[in-house]
Design a protein around this ligand. Structure first.
Ligand SMILES: [Mg+2]
Length: 274
């Protein structure tokens, strides 16, 4: 039996406020030493996730933009994973290409008369200002390949109108705290996790999947794994996950992540005996 770990990034793997990875670095190294795949699965872009993969020396496949695409490093599996080749990856696309999303948004703007701006309409400096990210990180966040982020405040009636108009293009609009994200209505984290799990099963045979998340948008991820873990949000509270059965971890974000992963992978010093 082989473990495969699927993990959200913001507020789960990395600190919600500081974006620091210090707390999980040792636990990630233990996973790598134990040859347990660590699959990042987040609303973040490929460019943003590559930054964290490089920082933590992770070489496994990853799932971008809320399940819109799976990036599998070429030759990661001994057979072709499928999808198109791009920058050393086999890319399994479950979402809709951003060029189609932008065209739909232009049509919806014209049809509804609702004016709004997305990341793509802003400069790096403007995205940096509204997100609090530094300019390099803001530029990575802007490189969306399968989604658009609407930054203009919208009233509930406007949202209702936009949702209906976007549905005709196969798109959905999900409201975050501050911004709204437009993606394919068909893709979510869970679909991508299930697809990638099947590839790991083909490779390893028996696989036990672990999922880690902190928010409502992790529900599909947690529902798709054998062992779902919900870490706490700042302040020591858990997201209400409705009827979904999850293991509640009694620690905030990366501290909880470390607890779960340390229990899976033995410390590196023990590995020498195997
Ligand atoms: Mg999160």
């Amino acid at each position: 039996m082989t473990y495969v770990v699927f993990s959200d990034i913001d507020g789960t793997l990395i600190d919600f406020q500081t974006y620091a990875v210090d707390e999980v670095a040792t636990a990630v190294a233990q996973l790598i030493a134990a040859h347990i795949p660590l699959i990042l699965c987040s609303s973040k872009t490929r460019a943003e996730q590559q930054y964290y993969r490089d920082l933590l020396h992770i070489a496994d496949p990853f799932i971008v933009e809320n399940g819109s695409a799976i990036f599998v490093p070429q030759r990661y599996f001994p057979w072709a994973a499928g999808g198109r080749l791009l920058d050393g990856y086999e890319v399994l696309e479950l979402g809709i290409d951003v060029t189609h999303i932008r065209a739909a948004l232009a049509a919806v703007r014209a049809a509804t008369g609702i004016t709004f701006q997305t990341y793509a309409d802003l400069s790096v400096a403007e995205v940096s200002q509204i997100t609090g990210l530094d300019r390099v990180a803001a530029a990575r966040a802007q490189q969306r390949e399968y989604s658009a982020t609407i930054v203009t405040p919208l009233t509930p009636p406007m949202l209702q109108t936009l949702r209906a108009a976007l549905a005709a293009y196969g798109l959905m609009l999900v409201s975050g705290g501050k911004f709204h994200t437009v993606t394919s209505a068909q893709s979510d984290k869970g679909t991508a996790v299930t697809h990638l799990t099947q590839l790991f099963q083909r490779h390893f045979g028996d696989v036990t999947t672990i999922g880690l998340g902190d928010s409502a948008n992790d529900a599909p991820l947690l529902a798709a794994v054998d062992r779902p873990y919900l870490v706490q949000k700042p302040g020591g509270i858990w997201q209400d996950m409705g009827d979904l059965a999850v293991n509640r971890v009694t620690a905030v974000g990366p501290a909880g992540w470390r607890q779960v992963v340390m229990a899976l992978a033995p410390p590196a010093s023990n590995l020498r005996h195997h």
